[in-house]
Structure formats: structure tokens, C-alpha cells
Ligand binder design. Structure first.
Ligand SMILES: NC(=O)c1ccc[n+]([C@@H]2O[C@H](COP(=O)([O-])OP(=O)(O)OC[C@H]3O[C@@H](n4cnc5c(N)ncnc54)[C@H](OP(=O)(O)O)[C@@H]3O)[C@@H](O)[C@H]2O)c1
Length: 247
């Protein structure tokens, strides 16, 4: 059967990557752009956002920056309104405040749940219905090995990551019958500006591989889950942690 040229959908897929101004999110944005996606880079820091966009466009990719503070529900609404329709959502933005339970400040607890969990929830609420109406889409949530391991000083942070894995399963029940896939990526230690190199090296010693990852190693898994190659994978939490949760 011949297909008329105008029948082909040549529109590049659009991906929104939160927390793409640094670390894992920046690597994900670069990797998805290298796969030909048009990438919306978001974060609070406009200078680092522009750097990410420049790195992508310098090698022929397509990207734009939209500034947003995802701990602010109004910021999420504005972001969703500015971005429009997307095919891939990577809920990567997040931060960790580690402290003994009795020393955790309410403000730090609340900001972790607002930025790591509530933001992902309301971004899915904003974007998943249109994906479901079109019958396709992929959402990747950035979990952590801390979501399935007990780490001293990491009770609240680990709970935000376990929440994302739980949401991934519920969203799978809610939307995957209409073609939208949801998965959680659960990294082990990854060298980023989220903590010092010494911090990541100490955690690296607890992994089977005795090393931390580079952000690009996490981005490879995200790119695979975003692609049609992962067409039958939904509802999963996939570890990319040097074997830490296996031992
Ligand atoms: N590094 C690790 O070992 C590791 C392991 C497991 C999971 N993770 C997860 O991976 C994700 C990325 O972390 P990373 O290590 O790459 O850290 P990072 O380099 O500090 O990057 C964090 C990103 O999140 C964005 N962000 C944080 N709070 C935000 C907010 N309120 N509104 C908008 N953007 C916000 C930051 O953007 P701005 O600075 O521009 O606001 C930045 O782009 C996080 O969810 C983290 O929990 C990291």
C-alpha cells in the first residue's frame, strides 16, 4: 500500500523534561533531543536553562526553555499553559534534604513533597488526558533506590520516591488502557550537583559495582522508556543502580 506524503505525521515528538537545567535532567534533555525530539527544558534557573538549550541547539537539536518553580501550583499551571501538547513527560525535578527524623524541619519535609511528588502529580493531571485522547504518550518519573531501601537520614526523601513508584502504578491503571505508558526510573548514586562527589562516592561503595553513575547512563534508560521500543513496558520501576537494590 502506498502512503501519500501528506498523510505522514512528520511532526517531531515533543518532550517536557523537568529539572533539565542540571544533572540528570540536563542529560535526559540532551539525549531526547539527540533522538530527534523537540525538548522543552524547565527549571527555576534561567542561566542554566539557557545553557542546556544552547548545548542542544549547537549540535542541531531543537529545544526551548520555560522557567517554572514546580513547588508553586500556579507555576505548574503556567508551565502547562505555555507548553501545550506533549508526547513525553519526564518528571525529573527534585531535591533531597537528608536529616535524622527528629531533626527534619516541617518546611523541608513540605518542600520535598511539593517538588518531588505534588509537582509530578499535577503535571500528569495537566498532560495525561490529552495524551490519552490521542492514544499515545510516555511518562517517566525519576524515582530513586531510596524509594525501595531504608536509608538512615533519608526517611522523608525515600517516601517521596516510593510515592512516585506508587503513582506510576495507579496512573498505569488509569491511563495505559488508552495508550499512555508510565514508568519509574530508580537510580543509585549519580554524580550531579545535588551533592558532593565524596557523598556519591560513599554511597557508591554500597553498590555491587562499587561506583556511581554518570547522568548520561540514566538518560539512556529514560530515552529507551520514552521510545516505541519500550511499547509494552508500563507500570514498571526500573533500577539503574549498579546492583544496589539486588544485594
Ligand atoms: N544524583 C543522584 O544520585 C540521584 C539518585 C537518585 C535519584 N535522583 C533524582 O534525580 C532527579 C535529579 O536530581 P540531580 O541529581 O540531577 O540533581 P540536580 O543536579 O540538583 O538537579 C535538580 C534539578 O531539579 C530542578 N528543581 C529542583 N527543585 C525545583 C523546583 N522547585 N522547581 C523547578 N525545578 C526544580 C533543578 O532546577 P533549578 O535549579 O533550575 O531550579 C535542577 O534542574 C531528582 O529527582 C533526584 O531526586 C538523583
Amino acid at each position: 500500500m502506498s502512503v501519500e506524503h501528506e498523510d505522514l505525521d512528520l511532526r517531531p515528538l515533543t518532550a517536557l523534561v523537568t529539572g533539565a537545567t542540571s544533572g540528570i535532567g540536563r542529560a535526559v534533555a540532551e539525549r531526547l533531543a539527540a533522538d530527534g525530539m523537540s525538548v522543552v527544558v524547565t527549571g527555576r534557573n534561567a542561566r542554566r536553562g539557557a545553557e542546556t538549550v544552547d548545548e542542544i541547539t549547537a549540535v542541531g537539536g531543537e529545544a526551548r526553555f520555560v522557567q517554572a518553580d514546580l513547588e508553586d501550583p500556579a507555576g505548574i499551571d503556567r508551565l502547562a499553559g505555555e507548553v501545550g501538547e506533549i508526547d513525553v513527560l519526564v518528571n525529573n525535578a527534585g531535591h533531597a534534604v537528608l536529616a535524622p527524623t527528629e531533626e527534619m524541619k516541617v518546611s523541608d519535609y513540605d518542600s520535598m513533597f511539593a517538588g518531588n511528588v505534588r509537582a509530578a502529580f499535577f503535571l500528569v493531571a495537566a498532560f495525561a488526558p490529552a495524551m490519552a485522547a490521542r492514544g499515545s504518550g510516555s511518562v517517566i518519573n525519576m524515582g530513586s533506590m531510596a524509594g525501595s531501601l531504608g536509608l538512615a537520614r533519608g526517611a522523608a526523601y525515600g517516601a517521596t520516591k516510593a510515592a512516585l513508584a506508587s503513582l506510576t502504578q495507579s496512573w498505569t491503571a488509569e491511563y495505559s488502557g488508552r495508550g499512555v505508558r508510565f514508568n519509574t526510573v530508580a537510580p543509585g548514586p549519580v554524580y550531579t550537583s545535588g551533592a558532593t562527589r565524596e557523598f556519591f562516592d560513599a554511597i557508591a561503595e554500597t553498590t555491587a559495582m562499587k561506583r556511581a553513575a554518570e547522568p548520561a547512563e540514566i538518560a539512556e534508560l529514560v530515552a529507551f522508556l520514552a521510545s516505541s521500543k519500550a511499547g509494552y513496558i508500563t507500570g514498571a520501576t526500573v533500577a539503574v543502580d549498579g546492583g544496589r537494590t539486588a544485594i
